[in-house]
Design a protein around this ligand. Structure first.
Ligand SMILES: C[S@@+](CC[C@H](N)C(=O)[O-])C[C@H]1O[C@@H](n2cnc3c(N)ncnc32)[C@H](O)[C@@H]1O
Ligand code: SF4
Length: 477
């Protein structure tokens, strides 16, 4: 009884705050180059696909960003941008030649990075035109341009509002200059508001923005000022991310040497109040939290995530620093821009790291980890995807989660309880294959973006996050 109560108040020994979703983690160096693709059936009829285009540049390196790839100075005398876009356009064409992509249907497109918006208008146009020339894109597609307010010049905005781009995602982080300075963002505080207003003046409505909370030196007052602007600015979607200090980042070093204050513990009353108030404000604005930390007005849900994670289709990712997923393999393209250009110009694909082919079990685990970002597993949908019953496949895991009060179940689905939502990242670890825990060797492999985080989490033993394996006391019906 006492154990039961304790488990319900503190279900795991350590709460995970690192986003941990690019499952499975362990990828290894690809020594076969483009030949690797011979293992994959790319001649078959294609299906629904999401397309990611990675633009590997930022104006500056923010002090603790896992997505940074390379810097592009304002005065790009060497025309790195043109050389890169020449290669990117070729690469898009080359991928699109495979029957699998030629006959498939692109549901959503995300131009990210780095900073998607950094490309000059002409280059952006070239990339977008190539995508529409080479692929069949669904009539109700969503195309997001992710970027930074600093790049939204009049010229770019007037192209954008008349282009196939129908959603903009801005890395606002904060509307306060003192905060932007501490984290090293490339834009000035007022630039985000200017860019949003300029888009809205052209009738462009589908705008989402990222805000960060629990930053070094952050106070409740500063955060409330950001939330107040959020209520007034008229956007349709926002995300709030807990600021993370990444190992070996400039910010980690500045904190270690006392030049920047340590952010509050994510479990501190202040950090929790920041999160709670954002949820309350979102609700008062008529927004719903349709997936973990993602808020929107009904009808403005992120369709890229929807297709990728909820419907669960293939991802074709083109460009440095990106990850694809198809035919049961994860494939990564490293961020070395010169190597990318050189490889594409040789008529090859830069495939830097690869996973083993996912077993049926790992494939299901991957689906569950993604689907739980939307809080629930529907048994009928699971069965339609995999041909098996979720409850039979994961009986012990479900039983453990029910026992800890982290999920509830009925005849049709399993869903996260409020406690489960609070421990969401630990909950999804219950579906992490035992074979991948403690995989320290993967830390030595090239990793970038959030895959690095994923590998870091998995390199610890299972017991660190989930405690000792417990007996299963009952299996849910
Ligand atoms: C690829 S960037 C977005 C676009 C653009 N590069 C920009 O920052 O303006 C993706 C998002 O990652 C988030 N991010 C960056 N560093 C972070 C950190 N240390 N902790 C949590 N989120 C972070 C930011 O909210 C950022 O907007
Ligand atoms: S937050 Fe955005 S602009 Fe800053 S380094 Fe990361 S990707 Fe680049």
């Amino acid at each position: 009884m006492l154990i039961d109560m304790l488990e319900r108040t503190l279900p795991y020994p350590n709460k995970c705050h690192l986003p941990f979703i690019l499952y499975p983690p362990g990828m290894h160096r690809n020594h076969e180059g483009s030949e690797f693709l011979k293992r994959i059936n790319l001649d078959q009829q294609g299906g629904d696909t999401v397309l990611y285009i990675g633009i590997p540049f930022c104006r500056t390196r923010c002090k603790s960003c896992p997505y940074f790839i390379s810097a592009l100075p304002h005065s790009d005398q060497a025309r790195h941008e043109d050389a890169f876009v020449d290669a990117l356009v070729k690469d898009i064409r080359n991928w699109a030649r495979f029957p699998r992509w030629k006959t498939g249907l692109i549901r959503t497109i995300f131009i990210g990075g780095g900073t998607g918006s950094i490309l000059g208008t002409e280059n952006l146009k070239r990339v977008i035109n190539t995508v529409f020339e080479c692929f069949t894109v669904a009539d109700d597609y969503e195309m997001t341009l992710e970027g930074n307010a600093r790049d939204f010049t009049e010229d770019k905005i007037s192209y954008l509002v008349n282009s196939p781009i129908n959603r903009v995602s801005l890395g606002v982080q904060s509307f306060q200059s003192e905060v932007l300075e501490i984290i090293g963002s490339p834009h000035a505080a007022e630039e985000s508001i200017r860019a949003i207003r300029a888009l809205q003046d052209h009738g462009f409505e589908n705008i989402q923005l990222d805000l960060l909370y629990n930053l070094p030196g952050h106070t409740m007052d500063i955060w409330r000022r950001d939330l107040e602007i959020l209520t007034e600015i008229g956007i349709k979607h926002f995300t709030i991310y807990l600021y993370r200090i990444h190992k070996d980042s400039l910010q980690a070093n500045l904190i270690r040497t006392g030049q920047v204050p340590q952010p509050a513990d994510p479990e501190s009353p202040m950090a929790k109040a920041m999160y709670r108030e954002s949820r309350e404000i979102a609700e008062s604005m008529g927004f719903h939290m349709y997936m973990v930390d993602h808020f929107c007005k009904p009808g403005f849900e992120n369709m890229y995530n929807h297709w990728n994670w909820k419907v669960y289709v293939d991802t074709l990712a083109i460009g440095p620093g990106s990850y694809s997923y198809f035919d049961g393999y994860r494939l990564g393209t490293e961020g070395d821009v010169a190597k990318y250009i050189e490889t594409v110009n040789r008529g090859e694909f830069l495939i830097s790291s690869v996973s083993d082919r996912l077993s049926p079990r790992v494939e299901r685990e991957r689906y569950i980890i993604f689907a739980l970002l939307y809080y629930e597993i529907e048994y009928a949908y699971y069965e339609s995807k995999f041909g098996t019953d979720f409850r039979s496949d994961f009986g012990p895991e479900i039983a453990r989660l029910v026992r800890k009060g982290l999920v509830d179940i009925d005849e049709e689905r399993m869903w996260l309880t409020p406690l489960g939502l609070e421990w969401h990242l630990n909950v999804i670890m219950e579906f992490f294959n035992p074979a991948f825990w403690g995989d320290e060797a993967s830390l030595q492999e090239p990793n970038w973006s959030l895959n690095g985080v994923m590998v870091e989490v998995g390199a610890r033993p299972r017991s660190y996050w989930l405690g000792e394996k417990r007996e299963v006391f009952f299996a849910p019906a």
